[in-house]
Design a protein. Sequence first.
Length: 408
Amino acid sequence: MDAVLYGCSALFAGLTASTAGIPLQRSWGRVAVWPYALAAAIALIAVRIPGNEAQHRRRRTILVAVVFAAAAIAPMALAVSRRAGGDPGAYAQSEVIIVEEAATALRDARDPYVAEYRDGPLADRPVATQVHFPYLPGMLAFGVPRALAGHAAWTDARVWFAMVALAVAGTGLLRMAAAPEARLRTFQVLFALPTGALLLATGGVDIPVVAMVLGAAVLVRNDRPVAAGVMGGLALATKQTSILVLPFLVLAIPRRRPRRWFVITVSAVGAALIVPFALWDVDAFVEDAILFPLGLGQGESAAATPTLGSLLIDLFPSSRTVVTVLLVTGIVIIVAFLLFRGRGPSLSQACAHAAGAFVAAIALAPAARAGYLVYPVNLIVWAIVFRPPTAGGRGRFRRRVLREPSEG
């Protein structure tokens, strides 16, 4: 499996190097194709080397760490260092720059949702990018180092995206009641494969959000609803995409446990961070954080990926608002169906249903990005990781999952 994953990653990196429309992504592909290809060959050789299970796992762990360093950290460090030594608008995707510029606006006591960023690093970007901060207030924290310390390599928002994601996900993996193989696969998909490495090296805003959702899921599994609620509330206050996952985590809490503490904590933490900015200027907040991400705002994001929803809107441009409302209604219906399908789903089932909700939302959304696929991909992996052991303990993932102590 490692050889297949690394081989497919090498193919993806090669295609990205030759076909991606964003120069920084092409640069990532040219760097990452070699470690992925070499890792695929090493994985094929390593599986034939004699050794016990612990030795094989140690080799795989070392290989994953090396691939992560070569395919994610090295390209990111290269881009960050080049940007620090030159134009602050170069060697970074617009989401990195807008997070930093919005934090700078907040430092100057300006509402990030009202401020415009036409001058400076975003001057050459599309107009819609220059006038919108399309994230929730928690995302501002990643731009604070640049706002306070100025233009330097270590203040690049991508550095902090990676550090926070590693800290949160690493803590979650250490506390995850799962086999070492399952933890390794979770880290591999989130950080080492292109599903994480490409985003970390070029943009990265989604990786810390995915890490927070993983942390919340692990805490739900460990029967810590209040701590899970804090982590979920931070994810909720950072990016809108977390809204699609948190309701499924609520239903994954067994009925005998007080689900209300998770809901109350998520709501309290999220509201404490979001409401002050929403009240600062309601119209600007609604435009930037709600309408613009849905494709209903002033202007269209240049990073939008064609979806079934966007194609329908293009077919009926005169009824754009009506079609958008119908598409959003369709997404809500599908999510509600998956959410209430069956009673008391396990955490594994909840992750699988959330993945389905994300796929439906990406397909029907009036505006979406290819990077959003990182959510359903990771959720599918978690659905496997959190799957309860079967009778007889068959399966490499399932047989080593820590079983809860039996009563009596």
